[in-house]
Design a protein around this ligand. Structure first.
Ligand SMILES: [Zn+2]
Length: 1025
């Protein structure tokens, strides 16, 4: 699966605001409270004609008064927050499921009342946690615990304390994971969706193999009405335990080993969320509403479409039949075998029996679609879209064909199916989903118009490359359980970059991959991060695995391994792994073992890589040099070391380095394996400087002694070309990270940045802009107006000339487009006259009567954002958003709409994207993300998310990347004590709707780090800017 792309979007645009609304908000905060109209709850019908109601963000009063006031002192605050975190992590460990009775919710702090002494508080908290946990254990014991006959008590283990099923009888199973003695072998599934009444009827026959004598069968089912169930032809009673989405059959006598047949007839509604078998709709260009039905099963939603053993290790074959009206087509994983006329106005499509696969990869679609096809070796590749967009499917077809050929060769195993469909779904939450043979996409991740730019194509190509890689990594060989999700996602992400570098070198994926590695480092530096392979039990924990660690860190450590082995060794190991485990399930160590087998290196790949997958975080390597003697030390790079556990992590680091005599070519690279805490490296000759982590291929950060930094800075000032552009970007990234860690003073950052005036390459420049943009937004949201304006001057001194030199004409180089869109987006958001005038000029050309002018695609977002700041411009962009059939254009229009300073419009767009009436609900996280970049809207967005949390979690699963994105967007720029408390209070109140999510801990940790950073660096900034 590929998350929606906004999560990966770098943020250059520092601020966007007009002075008027800001002053208005600030002034209103100090007035006596009027009757606050809660627009977060009441939707204004139209932003244009909404009345004069003044909406005050609920937290704004608190916020402004909180600034500069010391509500609580530091210790008290730390206490309270660590107590909360303690409560949270305790909950995580002790409970298999989400609780409504969180200890966290019972300790609502009064905030301003006098605090007890620290010691009392700790003891108090511990007691509370203890009491709460005992209460929880009691609470979670099934009801039968306290009845005389409810629970079967053969022995005294917890396993046999059975919960009550829906009918009141004891449910014969007590674990979220299914028992292992019964395996599905084959499913026959016949489905009849009704796209008028939005429900469906299913008839499923499952062939199961009993491998251990048992008297029960347990499988998954969710939101289904079971009409009839038979086992070996005899009707049986189905017990259901809804909280775990399980059904079971209890047999009067033991089932002996052998094959059996279970048949279930059931009905269900098409899902109204974005998983399971769900209905999707859109309005076509004639204004008519069209409906379709499609699926999204990963990770846990196949059970919403048919009863099944819904764990990735229960692989099986599937034969699917779909009943449909003649106006629709149906698609599934396999090619269609035949169509039967049922003589009642309906047709039945039957698909060929599938290969052996996991349930989460099953898929079907019933819709009105157009398609194009071509043959690639023995596979027919097709791309499908709604009829209005049939002209935008050709690029995807061509690209998928080339990538399929590449993978067939690279993996040395042919794609095993005779067809491969790529389908653009109008209403789709993820970016794309790799269902075997039937890959589904968000429209803007697959469709490319004739006038789309290479930068739009870069996105589509990379999503196709990711999903195609999954056909091997994920589909052919699948992780045993979700704890090793990275085997799917890390590898697909890694292949997405490396395949495109080979097949489409013009798309400059190399720079993109570098920025992904930097992003992964930033996320993994938090104490609340987790190991690549983590313990996963609850559905929410499964959802949470779809995060930066599984995708981006997974891909990063594979790159590090690839550059440590030879290309050929790496590829051979991968091929051996795929061949050894095809159609089976694996753990991380299976991959490492295959690579160890083929490797001729003097170290064990498995031992080295285990240090990267089993431990969370990554190392900081400190380099101190005394002549030719270099001392290397490693420690865990942890931004918030204060609250971290004290055990020492050690990594096997394949350290690479270059020096002043040979530095830019890959033949200059030397390797030193650092496995211990400290080691000494003896250089053969004297050198002026050393640069470690060549091209930033390794997943670690490097710190030098003063002389080391000075020598590198000096070398760069003399000639930027002494290092590769990736090495320059990594120095910038590392020095900012080190200043955040407190290892280097902020003036060291300024010191290094001096060289940037001579920089011309995209990677280092965009990295510098991202880093400065982050600080900028932090200062801006703190209302440090004086510093904000000095920061603006600073950026202008260093980037002003480059900003001014950018062309506004059509451009064909992806690298140049990436750079200029970053520079110009920053320039226009800083309201630099040159930039906004040019943007307005392009907008005028575009809107002129009878104009055929096309805004260059990479400039479109900047131009639209500038235009959307006026009443008229916003209206035009809204029309563009509504009626454009070009998805890249729509997307940029939506971001521009969300960049408005007008509070009424901000609220309108929040409402419309959550209820899905004008803007599809899957865009809600993007809308919130775009709003939160600006001062004008971020508190409104935060309030809105809080007020509407119940509604939001009905649409997006708790823990999912949509929820992760919402929390990060709304809280990552908070840096005050008041906001910290507010976030803690809100998250603690969520109970089973998210208080235990890892992203919540990350959010709290990030706010604390922001607060600390501001406190530490405000003075330096005042001095240096
Ligand atoms: Zn994926």
């Amino acid at each position: 699966m590929e998350p929606a792309n906004h999560l990966n979007q770098p943020e250059y645009g520092a601020i966007e605001r007009a002075p008027v609304p800001r002053n208005m908000i600030e002034n209103s905060m100090f007035e006596e409270e009027p009757d606050v109209v809660d627009l977060a709850k009441e939707s204004p019908t139209n932003p244009i004609d909404s009345d004069d109601a003044v909406y005050e963000p609920r937290n704004s009063r608190l916020l402004v008064r909180g600034l500069g006031e010391n509500d609580l002192d530091e210790d008290e605050e730390d206490y309270e927050s660590s107590a909360r975190l303690l409560g949270m992590s305790f909950m995580n460990r002790s409970s298999n499921q989400r609780s409504t009775s969180s200890p966290y919710t019972r300790q609502q702090p009064s905030g301003l009342c006098s605090m007890p002494s620290a010691k009392t508080l700790v003891v108090g908290v511990l007691i509370l946690v203890l009491v709460a946990s005992i209460a929880m254990v009691i609470y979670f014991l099934p009801g039968c615990t306290f009845t005389r006959n409810g629970c079967k008590k053969d022995n005294s283990t917890m396993d046999n304390i059975y919960p009550n099923s829906t009918s009141g009888e004891p449910f014969p199973w007590t674990d979220l994971r299914l028992p292992g003695g019964v395996h599905p072998v084959h499913y026959d599934i016949s489905l009849h969706p009704n796209l008028t009444s939005m429900n469906f009827r299913g008839n499923i026959s499952i062939t199961v193999q009993v491998t251990e004598v048992t008297n029960k069968m347990v499988l998954h089912s969710s939101y289904m009405n079971i009409v009839k169930a038979t086992f070996q032809g005899k009707e049986v009673k189905i017990l259901e335990y809804k909280p775990w989405q399980q059904i079971a059959i209890k047999f009067p006598e033991d089932l002996q080993k052998g094959m059996y047949f279970l048949n279930i007839i059931y009905t269900a509604n098409l899902s109204t969320s974005y998983d399971g078998f769900y209905n999707s709709s859109y309005v076509d260009t004639t204004g008519a509403k069209r409906v379709l039905a499609t699926t999204q099963f990963e990770p846990l939603a196949a059970r919403k479409a048919f009863p099944c053993f819904d764990e990735p290790a229960f692989k099986s074959t599937f034969l699917i039949k779909m009943i449909r009206e003649p106006k629709y087509i149906s698609l599934s994983n396999m090619p269609k075998a035949k169509t039967t006329d049922l003589k009642n106005g309906l047709l039945e499509d039957e698909f060929e029996k599938s290969v052996i696969m996991s349930t989460y990869l099953v898929a079907f679609v019933v819709a009105e679609f157009n398609s194009v096809s071509k043959n690639v070796s023995k596979t027919t590749v097709s791309v499908y879209a709604v009829p209005d967009k049939k002209d935008q499917i050709h690029y995807a077809l061509d690209t998928a064909g080339k990538l399929l050929e590449f993978y067939n060769t690279f993996f040395d195993i042919d794609y095993p199916l005779l067809k491969l469909d790529l389908v653009a779904i109008p209403d789709f939450l993820a970016g794309a989903m790799e269902n075997w043979g039937l890959i589904t996409f968000r429209e803007n991740m697959l469709l490319v118009g004739n006038d789309s730019s290479p930068i739009d194509k870069q996105l589509v190509t990379s999503v196709i490359a990711h999903e195609l890689a999954h056909q091997w990594f994920g589909n052919l060989v699948t992780m045993k359980w979700w704890n090793d999700l990275w085997l799917n996602e890390g590898f697909a992400t890694y292949m997405q970059y490396t395949s495109i570098e080979t097949v489409f070198p013009d798309l400059d994926m190399d720079t993109e991959f570098l920025s992904i590695r930097f992003k992964a480092l930033a996320n993994d530096a938090l104490n609340s991060s987790h190991p690549v392979s983590s313990i996963v039990k609850t559905p929410e924990q499964v959802e949470e695995m779809f995060d930066s660690v599984s995708y981006e860190k997974g891909a990063s450590i594979l790159l590090m391994l690839n550059s440590t082995l030879t290309e050929e060794e790496f590829r051979k190991g991968v091929i051996e792994y795929l061949q050894a485990h095809e159609f089976q399930n694996t753990k991380s160590e299976d991959l490492w073992n295959s690579l160890t087998n083929v490797s001729k290196q003097p170290f064990s790949v498995a031992q080295m890589m285990n240090t990267w997958t089993i431990q969370k975080g990554f190392p900081l390597v400190t380099v101190t040099r005394n002549g030719t003697q270099v001392t290397l030390t490693q420690e865990h790079f942890l931004l918030n070391a204060k609250n971290a556990p004290t055990h020492d992590s050690l990594w096997h680091i394949p350290l690479t380095y270059v020096n002043d005599s040979c530095s830019a070519l890959s033949s200059c690279k030397q390797v030193f394996h650092l496995k211990d805490k400290t080691a000494t490296l003896k250089l053969p000759d004297q050198v002026k400087w050393l640069k470690f982590n060549y091209r930033s291929d390794g997943f670690y950060i490097v710190h030098y002694d003063n002389e080391g930094w000075e020598a590198l800075i000096e070398a760069l000032r003399n000639d930027v070309k002494v290092l590769t552009h990736k090495d320059r970007a990594s120095l910038i990234n590392n020095v900012f990270a080190l200043s955040r860690l407190g290892k280097v003073p902020f003036r060291q950052v300024f010191n290094l940045m001096e060289y940037i005036k001579n920089e011309t390459e995209t990677a280092p420049l965009t990295e510098a802009l991202i880093q400065l943009g982050q600080i900028f937004r932090l200062l801006d949201k703190r209302s440090e107006l004086h510093l904000v304006s000095r920061m603006k001057s600073y950026i202008l001194v260093y980037f002003g000339t480059l900003m001014g030199n950018q062309s506004w004409q059509l451009e064909s180089s992806v690298s140049k487009m990436t750079l200029r869109s970053a520079l110009l987006e920053m320039a226009c958001s800083l309201d630099i006259a040159n930039c906004t005038q040019q943007a307005k000029h392009l907008y005028d050309l575009w809107t002129a009567p009878n104009s055929t002018y096309q805004i260059p695609s990479d400039l479109m977002r900047t131009v639209f954002k500038v235009a959307a700041q006026t009443e008229e411009g916003w209206g035009v962009i809204l029309e563009t958003y509504k009626y454009s059939i070009s998805d890249p254009e729509k997307h940029k229009a939506l971001e521009a709409l969300a960049s408005t300073q007008d509070v009424r419009k901000i609220l309108w767009i929040l409402h419309k994207s959550l209820d899905g009436s004008v803007i599809p609900t899957p865009e809600f996280p993007l809308v919130v993300n775009a709003i939160c970049k600006n001062f004008a809207g971020y508190l409104y967005a935060w309030d809105f998310v809080k007020e509407n949390w119940d509604k939001i979690t009905q649409k997006f699963p708790v823990g999912s990347f949509a929820i992760q994105s919402l929390i990060t967007s709304t809280t990552s720029q908070f840096s005050t004590k008041t906001h910290l408390m507010e976030a803690q209070n809100f998250f603690s109140s969520l109970g089973d709707k998210g208080s235990q999510m890892r992203i919540v801990q990350e959010a709290i940790e990030t706010i604390k780090l922001n607060k600390r950073w501001i406190e530490t660096n405000l003075e330096t900034l005042q001095e240096w800017l």
